[in-house]
Write a protein that binds this ligand. Sequence first.
Ligand SMILES: Nc1ncnc2c1ncn2[C@@H]1O[C@H](COP(=O)(O)OP(=O)(O)OP(=O)(O)O)[C@@H](O)[C@H]1O
Length: 319
Amino acid sequence: MTEPIVLCENLVKIYKVADLEVVALQGLDLEVLPGEMLSIVGASGSGKSTLLNILSGLDVPSAGRCVVDGNDLTRLTPTQRIHYRRHIVGQVWQQSGRNLLPELTAEANVELPQMLSGVGRSQRLRRAHELLDMVGLGDKYQKKPVQLSGGEQQRCAIAVALANAPRVLFADEPTGELDSVTASEIYKLLRSLNEQLGLTIITVTHDAALAANVDRTIAIRDGRTSTETVRRESELEELHEHMQEASAIIGLSAKTHRESILIDRAGRLQLPKEALERLPFNGRAEVRITEDHVELWPLLPETNGNSKHGVATSRENEE
Ligand SMILES: Nc1ncnc2c1ncn2[C@@H]1O[C@H](COP(=O)(O)OP(=O)(O)OP(=O)(O)O)[C@@H](O)[C@H]1O
């Protein structure tokens, strides 16, 4: 079995602000396989950036386990952390000011991380040109960020992030400041780099529609993974009744994507908000375990087993 390149187990992050504690991640589990292109979606404040900051080595978890390409992020020494950030992971941020130095040309921006790693000038230049060609900036080597469009700046940022050939690329809202056409082009570029280089890519986005561009989307709610959406190998011709319900979770068609609720090792899951809003659970549910699925029913006085209010939380053999 292929080992995951990213593994988070029961990850917890608590921020202390004055006397207050903010629990940003509350026991998050995540596995990503080498070569996967994954998107993390979730409402503002759900913990996406916190997770990405931990994975990219900028922050440390309060508890739990987090291993990326064999590096245990709870145990790195400061020197190992610098090596990890320079060589194992690459990052692209939403604001181009965080990705590129304004006074340097595109070429020099891609040279910089290599220079910090001790790569010689001719090799640096060769690599910078190779990467700028790959991201579609073959005619912009000498342009400074201000002379590039927003989309070109993000292309350049991707080249910078790949300068030291990382094993995993993290992109936090890489298209947040771009129009939808340019955003979709950046996702296509990320997809082609993922396929050409076999690079593992994890992006964070508010925009569930962009999730259609990746293999798998994980939704985070309140610091925990809640649902997973996987692109189907081939489009379904027909949908079962219950599958149309499922497609509402992040807004992609159940014909093209298969959605599931994630159940952690302790058996915890988060019901979709839609189910919570539509059905009167009031914090508790009647559980019915059958041979091949589990049903959760609101505790209505008149519930007699024939109510239409049931929500199936696990169905096997759905296709
Ligand atoms: N440095 C910090 N100090 C204190 N609290 C923080 C800090 N960073 C994040 N938080 C809190 O942790 C929770 C998760 O924040 P996080 O930024 O990870 O969410 P997010 O899903 O990335 O949100 P957004 O989409 O708005 O960027 C929020 O309640 C936030 O206020």
